[in-house]
Design a protein around this ligand. Structure first.
Ligand code: NCD
Length: 316
């Protein structure tokens, strides 16, 4: 099974076999990243441009490292200082970069759909590094790789996704991916942070952590995304932590070997107890960061191979 896509804009268009292909390649890159010599020339001669219109620590750093380890020329655009500030539109900026012949464009943008719009206008492969509340495909893929390595499989698991589902592109991409791979998904959070159309997504919904976590294999916590809220979603952070913050007692309702995940950045003491987040017997948060580099290497490698095979861009 090959990976037949020109861009990586979301999990939605991916076939389960393509997800497996990508994760298998990422496993090989995990091994490379742990070796003393971390270099391959899979992207040698290619140019990768990172355009982040929203703040990022781990996603931007790992895309940069991924490109460098594969031998690409990597440029990080300082979008804060770019002509966007002077009123240039997203499309004009994209066309300007496009004229410089990049091969891979990594884009994060605060508006849902902006990255898809941009992908229509450029000749290079576009990777969505998070658009609004829409999708964050490489995050779901790195989460999937982390789960597969910890649990030995990526199907027939019970996964709880907890907290601010409504504002989370991480939740959306994970629900799509875990659903395609035939897992049971539970969403846990206050009704104000659960999207209205959630019943169509093939998930179970809980507003009680202990009931929702009962017997699950994986507990995925989400950050309370205050920058996407305009007030009134939660009574107070203290109250939220009391009801929905993950601590040892609430986790004791999950399976004894359940793993704890968080995409970062974490609000310790708001959605998760700091000691639990650092507990290497339960938390795989650092593994998620490690898998992030390998998954991004695999994604860029597969898209670059497709460009080499079909430079006129017949794929979607
Ligand atoms: C997430 C994001 O930006 O969507 N972070 C990340 O990429 N690791 C989640 C978040 O911001 O809470």
């Amino acid at each position: 099974m090959t990976f037949r896509h020109r861009h990586l804009l979301g999990i939605e268009p991916l076939h389960p076999m393509e997800i497996t292909t990508l994760l298998d390649l990422a496993d090989q890159y995990v091994a490379l990243n742990r070796a003393p010599q971390k270099h391959s020339d899979a992207l040698a001669g290619l140019t990768q441009v990172n355009m982040f219109f929203e703040n990022s620590t781990r996603t931007q750093a790992s895309f940069e490292l991924a490109g460098k380890r594969l031998g690409a020329d990597v440029m990080n655009m300082a979008m804060q200082a770019s002509s966007i500030k002077k009123g240039e539109t997203l499309i004009d900026t994209a066309m300007t970069i496009n004229a410089m012949h990049p091969d891979l464009l990594v884009v994060r943008h605060p508006h849902s759909g902006a990255v898809n719009l941009l992908a229509d206008k450029v000749n290079c492969a576009v990777l969505n590094a998070g658009d609004g509340r829409h999708e964050h495909p490489t995050q779901a893929l790195l989460d999937a790789l982390t789960i597969r390595r910890a649990k030995g499989r990526l199907h027939r698991l019970s996964v709880a996704i907890c907290g601010d589902i409504a504002h989370s592109r991480v939740a959306r991409s994970n629900i799509l991916l875990l659903g395609k791979m035939e897992n049971r998904i539970r969403l846990i959070g206050p009704p104000t942070l659960i999207p209205a159309d959630v019943r169509d997504w093939g998930v179970e919904v809980f507003d009680d952590m202990r009931a929702g976590l009962a017997g699950v294999d994986v507990v995925m916590m989400l950050r309370l995304q205050k920058e996407r809220m305009d007030g009134g979603f939660i009574p107070s952070e203290r109250e939220y932590y009391h009801r929905f913050g993950l601590d040892g007692e609430k986790l004791s309702h999950a399976k004894d070997d359940a793993i704890v995940m968080h995409p970062g950045p974490m609000n310790r003491g708001v959605e998760i107890d700091g000691t639990l987040a650092d507990d290497i017997n339960r938390s795989v948060i650092q593994e998620q960061v490690e898998m992030g580099v390998a998954v991004r290497m695999a994604a860029m490698d597969l898209l670059a191979r497709n460009r080499a095979a079909a430079p006129q861009g017949v794929m979607v």
